[in-house]
Design a protein around this ligand. Structure first.
Ligand SMILES: Nc1ncnc2c1ncn2[C@@H]1O[C@H](COP(=O)(O)OP(=O)(O)OP(=O)(O)O)[C@@H](O)[C@H]1O
Length: 277
C-alpha cells in the first residue's frame, strides 16, 4: 500500500495567480480522499500535477519516493488516472482500449499476455460492459465511455488511483455502481484513492476524508462531517447548502434555494375548466 503526499504544491500555468497555491495534503495508504470545491478551484490541476501532465513546484511523493523525474512507465506503475475529458480513439475497440491500461506492465517490444487480457475481461465483467468488448469506442454512450475509462485505469493495477469527476455522465444507479467498484477494489487491493467529486453527498459517503479547495488552497480538510458544514460550504460555493443525516448516519448534502418556498403548491390550485365549445 502507498500513501500519496503533496507538500507545498503549486501550479502556475505561467500566470501570477497560481491555479494551485502551496497545497499540503496526505492521502493515507488504502484511504479514499475526496477533493471538493467550486469550479476553477484547482482540483484538476492538482491531479494533473501528480500525473506529470502539468509542471509544479513543491513535492509530490508516494511511498517509493518523489514522483518528479520518474519515467512515464515508472510513474504509471505508481499512479493511474481517470481524466475529466479523456481523448478516445473512436475506432478502437473497448477491449483494446482497456488493454492500453496494461502498457506499463508490457515490455517495449512485447505484446499483451493472456493474463493481461484476462485482467481486462474481468474488469469489463465487473462494470457490466462485457457485451461491449468488441464495440468501437465511438459508438458508446457517454455513461458507457465513462465506465470503460475507469476500467482502463483499474487495469493499470497501480496502488494509487486519481479520479477526476469520474461519474459526471452516469445516471444515479451507474454512478453509485462505479463508485462501489472503485471502493471494492480499494478494499481488496488497498488502493489509495484521490477523487474529484462534485456530488457532495456521494463524496461524503464514499470518501474517508475530504479536502475542500478554494482558489487553489485547501480551506478545510478532515472527516466528511467536519468539512461538510453548511457555513463552510456556503462560504466555499457561494450558495445555501443543507446538510442532513439519514437513518444510518450518512450525510446528505443538498442545495437550497435562497427564495422562500412557494405559498401554494400546484395541487392546491383550482383546475381550470375546459373552454366551451
Ligand atoms: N492549461 C491551462 N492554462 C491556463 N490556465 C489553466 C489551464 N488549465 C486550467 N487553468 C486554469 O486554472 C484554474 C484551475 O482550473 P482547474 O481545471 O484545475 O479547476 P477545477 O477545480 O478542476 O475546476 P472544475 O470544477 O470547473 O473542473 C482555472 O482558472 C483554469 O482556467
Amino acid at each position: 500500500m502507498t500513501a500519496l503526499i503533496f507538500d507545498g504544491v503549486t501550479v502556475r500555468y505561467g500566470r501570477s495567480v497560481p491555479a494551485v497555491g502551496g497545497v499540503d495534503l496526505v492521502v493515507q495508504e488504502g484511504h479514499w480522499t475526496g477533493l471538493i470545491g467550486p469550479n476553477g478551484a484547482g482540483k484538476s490541476s492538482l491531479l494533473r500535477a501528480a500525473t506529470g501532465l502539468v509542471p509544479h513546484t513543491g513535492t509530490i511523493a508516494v511511498a517509493s519516493g518523489v514522483l518528479r523525474g520518474l519515467s512515464w512507465r515508472e510513474r504509471a506503475r505508481q499512479i493511474a488516472y481517470v481524466p475529466q475529458q479523456p481523448e478516445l480513439p473512436a475506432e478502437m475497440s473497448v477491449l483494446d482500449y482497456v488493454l492500453l491500461g496494461r502498457t506499463p506492465h508490457i515490455s517495449y517490444l512485447g505484446r499483451e499476455s493472456a493474463h493481461d487480457r484476462q485482467v481486462c475481461l474481468d474488469l469489463l465483467e465487473r462494470i457490466g460492459m462485457s457485451p461491449f468488448a468488441e464495440r468501437p469506442l465511438g459508438t458508446l454512450s457517454g455513461g458507457e465511455v465513462q465506465r470503460v475509462v475507469i476500467a482502463r485505469a483499474l487495469a493499470q493495477e497501480a496502488p494509487v488511483l486519481l479520479l477526476d469527476e469520474p461519474t459526471s455522465a452516469l445516471d444515479i444507479g451507474r454512478r453509485v455502481e462505479a463508485l462501489e467498484l472503485v471502493d471494492g477494489l480499494r478494499r481488496e487491493r488497498g488502493l489509495t484513492v484521490l477523487s474529484v467529486l462534485h456530488d457532495l453527498t456521494l463524496a461524503s459517503q464514499f470518501a474517508d476524508s475530504l479536502a475542500l479547495l478554494v482558489e487553489g488552497r485547501v480551506i478545510a480538510a478532515g472527516a466528511p462531517p467536519d468539512v461538510c458544514r453548511p457555513e463552510v460550504l456556503q462560504t466555499a460555493f457561494g450558495a445555501a447548502v443543507g446538510v442532513l443525516t439519514d437513518g444510518d448516519g450518512r450525510l446528505l448534502v443538498v442545495p437550497q434555494r435562497s427564495m422562500p418556498p412557494r405559498a401554494e403548491s400546484v395541487s392546491d390550485q383550482p383546475v381550470p375548466s375546459a373552454p366551451p365549445g
